[in-house]
Design a protein around this ligand. Sequence first.
Ligand code: CTP
Ligand SMILES: C[C@](O)(CO)[C@H](O)COP(=O)(O)O
Length: 250
Amino acid sequence: MSALDTRDTVALVPAAGRGERLGPGAPKSLRHLGGEPLVVHAVRRLAAARSVAAVVVAAPPGAAETVRGLLAPVVSAAELVVVEGGDTRQASVAIALAAAPSHCDIVLVHDAARALAPPGLADEVAAAVRAGHPAVVPVLPVVDTVRQVGPDGVASSTVDREVLRLVQTPQGFARSVLAEAHATAATGGRKDVTDDAGLVERLGVPVHTVPGHASALKITRPFDLVVAHAVLAEESGVQRSASGMAGSRT
Ligand SMILES: Nc1ccn([C@@H]2O[C@H](COP(=O)(O)OP(=O)(O)OP(=O)(O)O)[C@@H](O)[C@H]2O)c(=O)n1
Ligand SMILES: C[C@](O)(CO)[C@H](O)COP(=O)(O)O
């Protein structure tokens, strides 16, 4: 058994957002990709990770029962808890953390909107926490030129992209550290932090990075759904050829 096979991890899935940038419709986590809601894709992949013992989902307001019904068939070995999320992503994570089973010392926080993040990414992040890093984020290099623009839209300068990274989820934490970060945030009142690593960093805890994965893209705007469809199609093509089906159809 490798260290990756240690089932000591709970995955929190904030899924209570409206998805306004995706356009009108159901809450984003319930919108379909390839015939299934985004939250089903996200949780199936987390539950398939070798380190994940439990999944806690923060569902859209009024949709906890619906989400529980959708997810029960896909979690298999992992324990499932569904709660209603809050008004912000941060509030939804805090609610999910409070409902997390106490036997897990490692916590992953993973957006339902990053529905196609592969199970291996969750295992790599959890392994880095297990190895002693209290906060771990998956990152990708920046491939475009980046320019900082002033409020007038005119004054601008190029930023050195070599020192920049795009941050994904799942992000991993020692449970006590994440709990302290959220407790501090709840009393601090600042709203300018966009992820859990940012909250933890305010405690003075270093944030370690591991390589991210292109499939963990955040489905934010309609174009992202187009890309996600392509990723899904590629995934099922790979699975078909691995099982020999592709060859047998010619
Ligand atoms: N009150 C909220 C807001 C967001 N989220 C979750 O946080 C993740 C990242 O948020 P984002 O992709 O920005 O989703 P939305 O907030 O739904 O998007 P938008 O800002 O376009 O409405 C998503 O899985 C979303 O469901 C949440 O659980 N609770
Ligand atoms: C947590 C996150 O996915 C890391 O990139 C991101 O910060 C979520 O941002 P949003 O403001 O909820 O779109």
